[in-house]
Design a protein around this ligand. Sequence first.
Ligand code: ARG
Length: 482
Amino acid sequence: CKEENSKNLSFPRKQVMTKNKDKTNPLWGGRFGEGASSLTQSYTASIDIDKKLYEVDIKGSIAYAEALKEAKVISPKELQKIKKGLVKILAEIESGKFEWKESLEDVHMNIESALAKKAGNAAKKLHTGRSRNDQVATDLKMYLNVKIDEALQNITSVQKDIIKQAEKHISSVMPGFTHLQIAQPVTFGHHLMAWHEMLERDYSRLVDAKNRMSVMPLGSAALAGSRYKINRSLLAKKLGFQSLSRNSIDAVSDRDFVIETASTLSILGVHLSRICEEIVLWSSSQFEYVYLSDEVCTGSSIMPQKKNPDVAELIRGGSSKTIANLMGLLSLMKNLPLSYNRDLQEDKDFIFRSIDYSNDSLVLLGLLIKGMKANTKKMEADCKLGQITATDLADYLVDKSMPFRKAHETVGKIVAHAESKGVQIFELEISELRKFSKLISEDVSSYLDPVKSINSRKLVGGTAPSQVRKEINFAKKVLAKR
Ligand code: ARG
């Protein structure tokens, strides 16, 4: 997924200015007296980026040729020639033998022109009633459909990796954080399942985006629709679309589906980056909550001891591209008049980069999570820091019928006292605690224990292992249906 971003236009000035009299474009050159300058050809070409669409383009053309035959625009024989030619072209592309030409601009014209060589006059009829405008919108939707399916599978697979780790650590205690300060005890399994929830929303957003884009533009032609008797419903069925576009002008102008996918992927990117930030933090020597497997780390060229979490860092850093791509697409579309404008060609680079980042990163995140070994001793030890059960002490006072605000205030004073002595509240003698409230007696110790604190949070969504078990079972059931 590392294409050249800019075209190489640094050829000599003279060559740039040369008029290519004999080189008018064979597919649209009729009205031109001379060919476009090399500079124009190179500047307008998108083949380096849109050749990724070759498979859906060919699939679309085969179905379209069948529709042309049904409409009696081409004969059954011509259809056979077109199909045979397209299948051959597909094989050539896949074996790397196909020669992509910049002078033919894009994937659509490269394939159509290759077909002309294989199927002669029949090939020249394929574009009847079709424009690259409805063709590219259709292709892009079909391509994104495939890529979103891949992303959905990748999300599910990461979720399975998360669940496996969470099951191992259903009752491993760790400090929970707010403001990155120790807050209250939670279980490691509960924290991991938070990642699952984030990804679950990404999954459902992608499904929404996929459903909403399942409207077929083909048959809209350049912008006004087609005069040929194309059976659009049958075409849509063959190409996997749920419905037909109802306005040809909108159909060729619309890139909402690209923006929506990019937006969904940028939220996913934000999630991936937050998850990876935690992995980076946790694997540091200061935290030492997890050990990462060697396969997702790299070393330093100078410091022999280093094992750096580069994959997690690059997922975190790379996610910024998903946000940049969304901004790029929004600014590309803003102020464009209807219907098709060549600007739209720029959409693909943005969305391809977002989708490739997402799919690659999800696969690597799976590896990271699978290979992660939890250091439960360190997590447990840290539950003795940060006055972690202060809230439980307030809850204790509430159970002894003190109003919560008063309990909060009382525990605040106890915390200040403990901190002035440099100890944790659970290290204070009962007699010392009683100076702050006579409601406190021996039974308080069970409230100060992190494990008891966890076990008490049994409401739906809470960190109690019994509850986390239920949520894991629920998640497993949801995933089993996919
Ligand atoms: N390569 C173009 C794109 O990606 C295809 C459509 C070109 N249409 C046109 N009228 N020039 O948008």
